[in-house]
Design a protein around this ligand. Structure first.
Ligand SMILES: [Fe+2]
Length: 376
């Protein structure tokens, strides 16, 4: 940890353990540095910090229903960005036909998350059959295309001028959460070799500095007969994630980190048992997380801390205000009715503020800021 002020105190009526044993009738709020890694203070409030009666101005929490974006988008570079900054661009791609051209991102690594549908990925490294719940990391410069007989909805997360890496799994070791052996790479298989025989000209749409250039070949450039090295497209399905949990302590979202980029992290919420210790919080704690903007894409299941959110929606909580569970979830702060969560969601926390684009605003659910009403 950096050299912050050496303060470690307990003041007034307070618990000595975060997220546990709160003084009777209080609500805990965490205020912290460096996301959940730096120094932090835990306040015990008499009222839920989300009990506002009015919230005006640009900072407010937002929700977007990405299912309302246009479908039939044939290339990833035409997929609308909904949020972006200099280090990260989040697009939502609703494809209905196979790609006619190859794509190449020269701006940074691309993370493709398959929300719905199935597809065959053909790329420089070979062939991979994709299904819902697949994360695919496409290193910057990879040529690729998707072939599909039906609609595909996918989240595209560009690490602009950066690369994806795996997080340091620290004291739980490399094999925890997901084993590196669970990462798949494309195969030079019969399907890949068969598509090389297509006799037509092929175009590669290269995105660089946000602009698309088109390079035309009189042959199919996905014509490698083999490759070797320690760089490749990798795929991980969310069902292969075995989340960390503690029966006595609500772990922060950072315990669910799946990928790291230069200026943001990608976390996955996967089904896990609820905490069982009577004094342990069973819902996310109220927090500011002032150093990060947070967004969550809801993939599947029943989202236990949010009301009126369904798969294909995204919530965006810019750093600077306190957020936490919705009133219905808050009522189950210490007593859950189910033994386990049943949700898959992708969280992206960015170190730099994100801008909502016109496409994002167009599918916004404007009343989201009022969805905490009733927190008293
Ligand atoms: Fe948060």
């Amino acid at each position: 940890m950096k050299s912050y002020f050496p303060v470690s105190r307990v003041e007034g009526t307070a618990s000595r353990q975060a997220h546990c044993d709160l003084p009777e009738g209080t609500y805990e709020r965490e205020m912290s540095k460096e996301g959940f890694f730096g120094p932090a203070a835990f306040f015990h409030h008499r009222h839920p910090p989300t009990g506002w009666t009015d919230f005006t101005g640009p900072l407010r929490p937002r929700a977007m229903d990405l299912n309302r974006l246009a479908s039939g988008v044939s290339t990833p570079w035409s997929a609308p960005a909904v949020l972006s900054n200099a280090h990260c661009a989040i697009r939502y791609w609703r494809m209905t036909n196979s790609m006619e051209h190859l794509a190449r991102n020269a701006d940074g690594d691309e993370l493709l998350f398959m929300h719905a549908g199935t597809a065959d990925l053909y790329c420089d490294f070979g062939h991979l059959a994709l299904e819902a719940g697949d994360y695919v990391v496409l290193p910057r410069g990879t040529m690729w295309r998707l072939e599909s007989g039906g609609p595909v909805d996918a989240l595209l997360v560009e690490a602009t001028n950066s690369s994806y890496r795996l997080p340091d799994k620290g004291i739980v070791g490399h094999q925890a959460i997901f084993d590196p052996a669970a990462l798949d790479t494309p195969k030079i298989d019969d399907a890949f070799l068969a598509q090389q025989s297509s006799v037509r000209s092929w175009q590669v749409e290269v995105k660089k500095r946000g602009d698309v250039s088109v390079i035309t070949y009189p042959f199919n450039p996905l014509d490698a007969v083999g490759w070797h090295g320690d760089l490749a497209v990798v795929r991980l399905n969310v069902r292969d994630i075995r989340p960390l949990m503690s029966h006595r302590y609500h772990l922060p979202p950072s315990a669910h980190t799946t990928f790291l980029a230069g200026r943001f992290v990608v976390c996955t919420f996967a089904p896990r048992p609820f905490e069982t210790d009577p004094g342990a919080l069973k819902v996310p704690f109220f927090h500011n997380n002032d150093d990060y903007d947070e967004l969550i894409f809801y993939h599947a299941g029943d989202f236990f801390s949010r009301d009126n959110i369904h798969p294909g929606m995204m919530t965006f909580h810019p750093g600077g205000f306190t957020h936490g569970p919705h009133p219905k979830a808050l009522a189950r702060m210490f007593q859950q009715s189910k033994p386990a969560t049943d949700e898959y969601a992708v969280m992206i926390d960015t170190r730099d503020p994100l801008d909502v684009t016109a496409h994002g605003h167009a599918v916004e659910w404007a009343e989201y800021v009022d969805s905490w009403k009733g927190s008293k």
